[in-house]
Write a protein that binds this ligand. Structure first.
Ligand code: VGL
Ligand code: ZN
Length: 207
């Protein structure tokens, strides 16, 4: 069984959002087109408390884009984004969310960030995604969404670690690109770790 993982298609990651991903909106129609071809679709939602340690605003004299040590882990600081219950944390309006069987929240612990849909950045706590997928007989996952160089990358790497056959749908992702080349490097890293990198038109659907 193959599942589709839709990563963080939320208002704040759209080009007009608080943590804009260039062309992030281009991914939404592709997600809508692909979802009906999978019996299992899950979505992740970045879901931070207002006091989250990844927000530059919670660290006096720090700016977005800077890196700090957050409780022993290297942490890039971000603008305030995806605050629980806020408009920016909602899935984008145009996304067909009735196709989503289950939503997994991440980044809820203020002391640690969580890029992957499976674990926090210290691999301390599971979101339950791997167990849930295995319980449904899923052995292969296809991943799309935002952002290619953060949450998509770490979701793909954790899926591989968890033993899933893992496919990145390359044209259905976009990156933040804090540094030019970050997306290309992220894709190379995913490929080296064992992910298959495909274009949506090359997928043989139905799954
Ligand atoms: C993300 C930075 C901070 C993402 C989430 O969805 O890629 N990036 N929080
Ligand atoms: Zn976040």
């Amino acid at each position: 069984m193959t599942a589709l993982i839709v990563v963080d298609l939320q208002v704040d990651f759209m080009p007009t959002g608080m943590l804009p991903v260039p062309e992030g909106d281009r991914v939404v129609p592709l997600a809508n087109r692909l979802m009906p071809h999978y019996t299992t679709v899950v979505a992740t939602q970045d879901w931070h408390p207002a006091d989250h340690g990844s927000f530059a605003a919670n660290h006096p004299w720090r700016k977005p884009g800077q890196t700090i040590d957050l409780h022993g882990l290297s942490q890039v600081l971000w603008p305030i984004h995806c605050v629980q219950g806020s408009w920016g944390a909602e899935f984008v309006d145009q996304l067909d969310t009735d196709r989503v069987s289950k939503v997994f929240w991440k980044g809820t612990d203020p002391t640690i960030d969580s890029y992957s849909g499976f674990y926090d950045n210290g691999h301390r706590k599971s979101t339950g995604l791997a167990e849930w997928l295995r319980g449904r007989g899923v052995t292969e996952v296809h991943v799309l969404g935002l952002a290619a160089d953060y949450c998509v990358k770490y979701t793909v790497l954790d899926a591989l670690r968890e033993g899933f056959d893992t496919v990145l749908i390359e044209d259905a992702t976009r990156g933040v690109e804090l540094a030019p080349g970050d997306v290309a490097r992220a894709i190379a890293e995913m490929r080296t770790a064992g992910a298959r990198i495909v274009q949506s038109q090359d997928l043989s659907l139905v799954k």
